[in-house]
Write a new protein. Structure first.
Length: 323
């Protein structure tokens, strides 16, 4: 199957200068299948365009932020690489809509920061594109380099939605299907912004653990514990991954060791017709149930076919208590 050009129609045409077409419909059909193809789509914005040298002080940040950490080891390595051999790849900017002679970075903001720090011009392609094309290009270029963490991608998606973009645009910008975007949004709905900012990008933490943390931190009953961890003396001195781990451990009560009891508790139960006799034992780590009498076998079979429903009811009741 021929590769589909995700950005086809997004670039400026003579007939609609300054107002790029946006013909894509159906996010699922538009999603790229590999990072290699995604990189090629982002590179199409730079193909055949003149590269100019710009004063970095004339280039403003993107109107939507996509990172939680600005100064890390990867950025320091980039600065040293540009210092040693120059800037290999130009950034993409567009003319600023409100300030004459100024520009706004679409992608390549780390290269822009590195040039500013080194006191040299930044190599750039200048292209007139609209806001929607801007966020798609920004998101796809970041996804192509695969250096945004899950929570940064989720935060980017949330910011796009707050700016009024629909899920199709968000899915295309992040090269993510509808289910993945929904999971990102659900995490951001449950997690307060200040918690995300306090933890940071957490590069070693994947989607599922963020989902788990959002479920824990989203409970009103855990609000005091969340605040206590975030206000701890050493919390902000920890690396981002460890900040995540500290909060997760404080909230994940099921991971805490169960206190040992001296002896197992024994309980008995019998209905009025005395057709079943049940004996239960619970030592905190194990629970056993045994039954005898005339209806024991049939009642046991009845229970076994309803364990899924009973367990869901148990979780629902636990959730109510947690809230």
């Amino acid at each position: 199957m021929a590769r589909k050009n995700l950005l086809e129609g997004l670039t400026e045409t003579p007939e609609s200068a300054g107002a790029p077409n946006y013909p894509m419909r159906g996010a699922g059909r538009s999603l790229v299948r590999s990072l290699d193809e995604l990189a090629k789509q982002a590179e199409k914005f730079l193909e055949g365009e003149a590269v100019v040298d710009l004063n970095p002080e004339l280039v403003e940040a993107s109107f939507v932020k996509d990172r939680l950490s600005e100064d890390d080891e990867a950025f320091r390595a980039l600065v040293e690489a540009i210092r040693a051999r120059g800037q290999d790849t130009p950034i993409l900017v567009r003319p600023h809509s409100k300030i004459d002679g100024h520009y706004q970075v679409v992608f390549g903001h780390r290269r822009l920061r590195a040039a500013r720090e080194l006191g040299r011009n930044v190599r750039a392609v200048v292209k007139a594109i609209d806001d929607r094309t801007h966020v798609i290009a920004q998101g796809q270029e970041n996804s192509a380099r695969a250096d945004l963490t899950f929570i940064e991608r989720a935060l980017f998606a949330n910011r796009l939605e707050e700016l009024g973009y629909d899920r199709e645009v968000i899915s295309t910008a992040l090269a993510a299907n509808a289910a993945s975007v929904s999971k990102m949004m659900s995490v951001m709905e449950r997690l307060p912004q200040e918690v995300v900012q306090a933890i940071g990008p957490a590069p070693g933490v994947g989607r599922e653990r963020w989902v788990e943390l959002s479920l824990l931190a989203g409970r009103s009953a855990n609000a005091a514990d969340v605040a206590k961890v975030l206000e701890g003396d050493n919390f902000h001195q920890l690396p981002s991954d460890k900040r995540f781990g500290a909060l997760y451990a404080a909230l994940n009560k099921s991971a805490r060791p169960v206190k040992k009891t001296t002896a197992a508790r024994k309980m008995t139960w019998q209905p009025l017709d005395k057709a079943v006799q049940a004996e239960m034992k619970n030592d905190g780590k194990a629970f056993s149930l045994s039954m005898k009498a005339r209806n024991a076998g049939r009642f046991g079979e009845f229970l076994s076919t309803r364990l899924d429903a009973l367990y869901e009811q148990f979780l629902a009741e636990e959730g109510k208590q947690g809230d």
